[in-house]
Design a protein. Structure first.
Length: 145
């Protein structure tokens, strides 16, 4: 067998078996986000592993639900849910100006947007239903810039 063929086969075997580390077993995490009793219609939920700092995110849908995958472990959880609102009617001619002066609607207080300050912490468990409905009490969705 030619030397180049042996090299290619050896490389293929190493890549197929990995480097001794296997990928973590991912678990499905899902739930619904509400603020002040109202469904949050947009945003992102991010689980940040306490042990490794790895981040696993899922988008919040219009119905307030999110879904993501993460390996088993303890997580700090951040929720960011903002929406830019134009200051007036938006037309094809003024959209830049309308959004440059836009206000921001915060569905969730800023403290929840950073896993270091967020009071949300969850355990993702292997082989379990990891449904975490996130209910943020008393949020004011009017916000400001």
């Amino acid at each position: 067998m030619p030397r180049m063929t042996r090299l290619i086969i050896s490389l293929a075997l190493v890549l197929a078996t990995g480097c001794g580390r296997s990928a973590p077993d991912m678990q499905r995490v899902r739930g619904t986000v509400t603020a002040g009793g109202t469904t949050v219609p947009t945003g992102m939920v991010t689980f940040v592993a306490k042990a490794t700092g790895s981040r696993h995110s899922g988008e919040i849908g219009p119905d307030g639900t999110y879904e993501l995958e993460a390996p088993a472990g303890r997580y700090g959880v951040a929720v960011v849910a903002v929406e830019e609102l134009p200051t007036g009617p938006v037309t094809p001619h003024n959209w830049r100006e309308a959004f440059s002066a836009a206000t921001v609607r915060r569905y969730v207080p800023e403290v929840f947007g950073d896993p270091e300050t967020s009071p949300l912490h969850y355990d993702v468990e292997g082989g379990h239903d990891n449904t975490y409905d996130i209910a943020i009490p008393g949020s004011d969705s009017r916000g400001g810039r």
